[in-house]
Design a protein around this ligand. Structure first.
Ligand code: ZN
Length: 339
């Protein structure tokens, strides 16, 4: 009698089967973001035996990540380990056939074009709107499926995009809202069960999409683990969609600009807004309960958070005092001011 194979139980699930399992083991997936959603996604796909997983994250592990970012431990936070490195350490301990590639960087259009090359699927594990619009542009242009996941509080949204077959993200959310308008995990909080539910839904859809793409039906799914609700919303493609309809890709084709510049000798980084101008009134209101020393001085908004002091200008430009690291400053900017 031969010993049971690693994926026996998984392949016994009839809709996947041995043929589907073989496709998973051949698949190449780009996972953008290795934090909350990304951690659960990376672990699920590694345990499922995905062939190759390309991991991208620009951030380092912090102690406030630990309640919901399942790949990280206290020591990673103490040492400020880059998330992709800490993730790799945890994922390699799982074993199995998956091969990993890690990139500690802020994903821009050039990186995305290079890293997504040859990928069968792109997974969104970010909490960043600008990055999602970039991914949507790329995936629609190249015909690569991708799965959006968003979580805040106890709820979340999942949108699986199959270019040409169902709606893309811009059919549903045509334009990014002004910075500071939407709640984020830093302002509204988040709990692990919501992260787990959203990422597991993404991972399940990812397995199905990779195993049997022809039968995949795109949909928008909304869930809430506090109230126990799951809603599947069938949405048509928007005829007038600038992205999948008119095939305009402004997020991908905008000229690369230095969005963050370290100001010499000042321990300060200047970050330029990449999306729309922030709504400073609403941002001030939102920060009052979560940041410190919030101060609206004429046109400027000043506040402190996470040990940094920030000054926001009406055009969305901001000075982040307390670091010379531009990647770090971009992460702080997106967290507190919005992207
Ligand atoms: Zn569209």
């Amino acid at each position: 009698m031969s010993s049971p194979s690693r994926f026996e139980r998984q392949a016994r699930f009839a809709p996947l089967g041995d043929a589907g399992q073989a496709r998973l083991e051949d698949a190449r997936v780009l996972l953008v973001g290795c934090g909350a959603l990304g951690g659960v996604l990376a672990q699920s796909l590694t345990r499922a035996g995905i062939g190759r997983l390309v991991l991208v994250d620009r951030d380092v592990v912090e102690v406030t990540n630990l309640p919901r970012q399942v790949l990280f431990e206290d020591r990673h936070a103490r040492e400020g380990t880059p998330k992709v490195e800490a993730a790799l350490e945890s994922l390699e301990r799982i074993g199995g056939p998956t091969r990993f590639e890690t990139h500690a960087l802020h994903l821009d259009a050039d990186h995305l074009t290079t890293l997504a090359q040859g990928c069968d699927l792109v997974l969104d594990g970010t909490d960043n709107l600008a990055t999602r619009y970039l991914i949507n542009d790329y995936c629609v242009r190249e015909g690569v499926p991708w799965i959006y996941g968003g979580v805040v509080g106890a709820g979340g949204l999942i949108l699986a995009v199959r270019p040409g077959v169902g709606p893309c993200m811009r059919c549903v959310f045509p334009d990014p809202p002004p910075s500071g308008v939407l709640p984020t995990c830093d302002t509204a909080g988040v709990i692990l069960p919501a992260v787990g539910a959203v990422a597991s839904m993404q991972a399940g859809l990812a397995m199905r999409l990779l195993a049997d793409p022809a039968k995949f039906e795109p949909a928008l799914i909304e869930l809430d683990v506090w109230h126990g609700d799951v809603r599947r919303i069938a949405l048509p493609r928007a005829e007038a969609c600038p992205c999948c309809g008119r095939r305009e890709f402004p997020f991908l084709e905008a000229p690369a600009a230095d969005t963050a510049v370290s100001l010499c000798g000042r321990n300060t980084v200047q970050v330029r807004a990449r999306g729309q101008r922030p709504d400073l009134d609403r941002l001030t209101e939102r920060l009052t309960s979560t940041a410190q020393d919030v101060n609206r001085a004429g046109p400027l908004l000043r506040f402190a958070a996470d040990g940094f002091r920030m000054t926001v200008f009406p055009d969305g430009r901001a000075l982040i005092e307390g670091t010379e690291d531009t990647e770090r400053a971009l992460a702080i900017y997106d967290r507190w001011i919005g992207s």
